[in-house]
Design a protein around this ligand. Sequence first.
Ligand code: NAD
Length: 290
Amino acid sequence: MAAEIIDGRAVAARVRAEVADAVAAWRERNGRVPGLATILVGDDPASAVYVAGKRKACAEVGLADMHRHLPADVEQAEVAELIAQLAEDPDVSGILLQLPVPRQLDSEALIDLIPPFKDVDGLTPLSVGLLTLGRPGLRPCTPNGVIALLHNHAIKIVGADVTVVGRSNLVGKPLATLLGNSGATVTSCHLDTRDLVASCRGADILVVAAGAPKLITPAHVKPGAVVIDVGITRTPEGLVGDVDFDAVAPIAGLITPVPGGVGPMTIAMLLRNTMTAAELLADSAPPPAR
Ligand SMILES: NC(=O)c1ccc[n+]([C@@H]2O[C@H](COP(=O)([O-])OP(=O)(O)OC[C@H]3O[C@@H](n4cnc5c(N)ncnc54)[C@H](O)[C@@H]3O)[C@@H](O)[C@H]2O)c1
């Protein structure tokens, strides 16, 4: 029997509707709405498209769009100054520095300046530390989106054997940590993994974030397994995932398509993180002076 296909667009639409409700309730209570400050440096076409998508989604759920655009030749100190201003601004709940930034900039030093309670990308060392410790904090959007898809389909993570292919700081590593914190037994694979097939084919849940089109074939997949494809590669034929979908779908239990699987979840989780950031900030604020 062919796998059930996980509809990421439908799940993402539900998350967005929940965020829109939360924003409306926040406005009702506080007389204003949380804001997301996206920072785009330069005019890289792909980055511009990603940021435009985030801003559009932000406006659609009623969050304030506090976008900033800086020229490609901007100096480190100027970007640092902007982040410091946004960090202090009570109307800004979330700060997102779109990566990659131009060569003259040190992106790690800039990310370090984002306060952890405004770190809606979950990339600062403090956010990573909180994630590792399993303490409340903001989690990276794509890994969080994968977890939300699993929850949405009532897939049991506790005790599951999970293999994550890819161990980038952005996706693979935080995802392996989130899954481990949720009770899974996690195998983390990467380019130096000696026998990828052996490491994948025992998995109840296989998550692939390698950026290697059609890397995963039926040989990697246990019959009935849940297969989550994070990979996105642009080809002349369109977007291609890391899983050979047509070959794997007949044996998997559940599978995400590309596009329309994990992709739509990333922006939905960014919106949710912005709301969570507003709540964290409010919880940490000193009580109003009497
Ligand atoms: N759906 C989304 O919203 C979303 C978000 C972020 C990234 N992505 C996609 O996910 C993929 C991974 O992104 P990233 O930023 O983590 O990439 P990356 O290049 O930073 O990391 C890739 C990881 O995969 C491993 N890897 C690569 N080829 C491999 C192979 N043949 N066998 C085993 N391991 C291999 C590498 O060792 C590395 O750890 C890309 O296709 C990217 O476009 C999608």
